[in-house]
Design a protein around this ligand. Structure first.
Ligand code: HEC
Ligand code: HEC
Ligand code: HEC
Ligand code: HEC
Ligand code: HEC
Ligand code: HEC
Length: 448
């Protein structure tokens, strides 16, 4: 009887070390974060899509959602630098502009505001004066284009951001709920493991107690032979347990697993600067400029369309707006941060921004190729920059990262340059044409 029991105890000990090893291993692999990220992204896209489907009420200016979408793009690219719909930026808030002025006036003002101001139009002269004679550039737009921008402005006027932000807030709540749903499964697994360990410990304690009672009982009985006595005298000792092969194996397995994991992680992170977030010389915020004021990235990073480097804006680009902003807000002194821009311009000394992203010299990366031709969004590689107060390196920028994307990204083949290639590719019938099919995995494409 005690023999069976001590055998059971040994078995339990083994189970115990296996279960705890597995739970520690699960803790080491922190699976949840990536899965969570992609889920949030997915739900965001779905929410975006549903928000866009909303149709505005009917009225004079076009209400077609396609036209509004077109207008939104035009507005983002041409007007958002100076205008917001509900807020005064460099120019006036445009909400209700379609009610303030008749349509033909708006059309000619947007196409060439100076002409109207010079013609002596009272309203135009008045706002021109009010905005410190800041000239609004002329736009070489067709009537349809102007109408689409006005359609967008009107739509935004009628559906003020309150409604939109509410939808967004509900959306993020939804996303949170969903993502916590996904964190549950690995977290849940770990808690099940912990519970199992506790149950096993309890069973172990009960078994030890049972064995003790039984041996005391047997010891009191007469007529046991030598070998049976020996068995009874055998005691469960911690020392024996610690010396047992199962225990030694369990402990050394855990130890080696932790060591290996940290060594491998360490090796993979040599030279990888993910999440690098240096402090910049001026407290410039992408959240404020690219997020709240929706200034297009290209306005400052002028190289993205046609050059290898996105380029960092010079102080002159900042001055396009900041020379007007101080005048307009009527403050006497610019803030400390803005004064730094003024100093840079006056002393003709560039602002010493700290570079965040930097590939090693052996690698070649070209922005125009990816953004202009490949139509890859900035955020795909740089993350949600428009929400960052201080820029950080979002991706790891390793070779594996470049290659993974080249394997899976389908080419934008509306470019006539690809016509012949597409024909050949379709002929070979190898599924969709990805970057790897045009040599995106060849060493020499990325290495000098
Ligand atoms: C460089 C900055 C700038 C850009 C870019 C700009 N505007 Fe303006 N806008 C102004 C300023 C400043 C005024 C005030 C009048 C003035 O000073 O000429 C103004 C006035 C207006 C007005 C009259 C506002 C009212 O309240 O009656 C409309 C409408 C307008 N802009 C539309 C547009 C549209 C549409 C675009 C894009 C296609 C655009 N603006 C691009 C600076 C700009
Ligand atoms: C008003 C000008 C302005 C706009 C608009 C702007 N940026 Fe920037 N950006 C800067 C300046 C200045 C820096 C350098 C300082 C810093 O890193 O914060 C910078 C830095 C960056 C960097 C890091 C560069 C490095 O050192 O590696 C990235 C990436 C970036 N911007 C992406 C974007 C994206 C994407 C957008 C559009 C969503 C955008 N920027 C809009 C001015 C701008
Ligand atoms: C297209 C217009 C525009 C450009 C270009 C621009 N800004 Fe701004 N910036 C703004 C507006 C609008 C505000 C908000 C002003 C306010 O709230 O007083 C602002 C606010 C700021 C602030 C915080 C306000 C303060 O007084 O401290 C800083 C710092 C700043 N900008 C730095 C820069 C730098 C650096 C650049 C050039 C890389 C730049 N900005 C380019 C429009 C612009
Ligand atoms: C396919 C990925 C990818 C896309 C898309 C992308 N970038 Fe980059 N970006 C990079 C990489 C990689 C670097 C580092 C380049 C280097 O060190 O040579 C970088 C560097 C930068 C820098 C700092 C160095 C420089 O080139 O001047 C800025 C600023 C920048 N990106 C802005 C942008 C903006 C704005 C967009 C969108 C219009 C954009 N990027 C789109 C991958 C990308
Ligand atoms: C998010 C996806 C994505 C990432 C990440 C990415 N690329 Fe690309 N890359 C593309 C696409 C799409 C194209 C095809 C553009 C075109 O149509 O020519 C491309 C094309 C290229 C080409 C030209 C290939 C050819 O045969 O013409 C080079 C070189 C290149 N990428 C280098 C890099 C490097 C270096 C990195 C990493 C630092 C990188 N890419 C990261 C999507 C990506
Ligand atoms: C899509 C672009 C791309 C292609 C294709 C590519 N590489 Fe790379 N490679 C990179 C980038 C980017 C880095 C730098 C990554 C880093 O710093 O972690 C790199 C780094 C390396 C390094 C490490 C150098 C060091 O000092 O750390 C070696 C070696 C290398 N690549 C060899 C190759 C070989 C061999 C091929 C062809 C089979 C190849 N690469 C194809 C983009 C590419």
């Amino acid at each position: 009887m005690p023999e069976i029991l001590s055998c059971l105890i040994r078995k339990l000990g083994q189970q115990f070390s296996i279960v705890s090893t597995i739970s520690i291993y699960l803790l080491l692999l922190n699976i949840p974060s990536k899965a969570q990220d992609s889920l949030i992204l997915l739900t965001d896209t779905i929410i975006d899509a549903t928000v866009q489907i909303q149709t505005p009420p009917d009225d004079g200016i076009p209400v077609d959602s396609d036209i509004i979408g077109q207008g939104q793009t035009l507005f983002k690219n041409n007007c958002a630098v100076c205008h917001a719909v509900h807020e005064q930026v460099v120019g006036p808030a445009l909400a209700g502009a379609h009610e303030r002025r008749p349509l033909p006036w708006l059309q000619s003002f947007i196409k060439n505001s100076q002409q109207i101001i010079q013609s002596g139009d009272a309203y135009a002269v008045q706002i021109y004066e009010q905005f410190n004679k800041t000239e609004m550039p002329s736009f070489d737009f067709s009537d349809e284009e102007v109408l689409s921008v006005l359609a967008y402005i009107k739509e935004q006027t009628l559906n003020p951001p309150q409604a939109a932000s509410q939808v967004a807030a509900e959306g993020t709540e939804g996303a949170d709920a969903v993502s916590s749903g996904t964190t549950l499964s690995p977290g849940f697994l770990i808690s099940v493991m912990v519970a199992l360990v506790i149950v096993l410990v309890l069973i172990l304690v009960v078994m030890i107690m049972l064995v003790n009672t039984l041996t005391t009982y047997l010891r009191q009985r007469e007529g046991l032979d030598e070998s049976e006595m020996e068995l009874i005298e055998q005691r469960f000792s911690i020392i024996n347990f610690v010396k047992s092969p199962a225990f030694v194996f369990g402990v050394s397995f855990i130890f080696i697993a932790i060591m290996l994991k940290s060594v491998i992680d360490g090796l993979y992170h040599i030279g990888v600067q993910q999440d690098y977030q240096p402090t910049q010389p001026i407290a410039y915020s992408h959240k404020l400029h690219a997020g709240d004021y929706a200034i297009p990235c290209q306005y400052c990073h002028t190289g993205v369309m046609d050059s290898k480097n996105a380029s960092i804006p010079s102080a002159n680009i900042c001055m396009n707006c900041h020379s007007a902003i101080v005048k307009m807000t009527g403050v006497d002194e610019p803030s400390v941060e803005i004064q730094k821009i003024y100093d840079a311009v006056e002393n003709n000394k560039p602002i010493e921004w700290v570079r965040v992203h930097n590939l090693p010299d052996l690698a070649y990366f070209n922005h125009a190729q990816h953004y202009n031709i490949g139509k890859v969004e900035c955020q795909t590689c740089h993350g949600p920059i428009e929400t960052m107060e201080v820029v950080k390196q979002y991706e790891n920028l390793t070779m594996g990262w470049c290659i993974d994307c080249h394997r899976t990204t389908v080419l934008q083949t509306d470019n006539a340059y690809y016509d012949k290639l597409v024909e050949l590719h379709d002929h070979a019938d190898k599924g969709e044409m990805t970057v790897k099919d045009i040599g995106g995995l060849e060493c020499a494409k990325c290495h000098y």
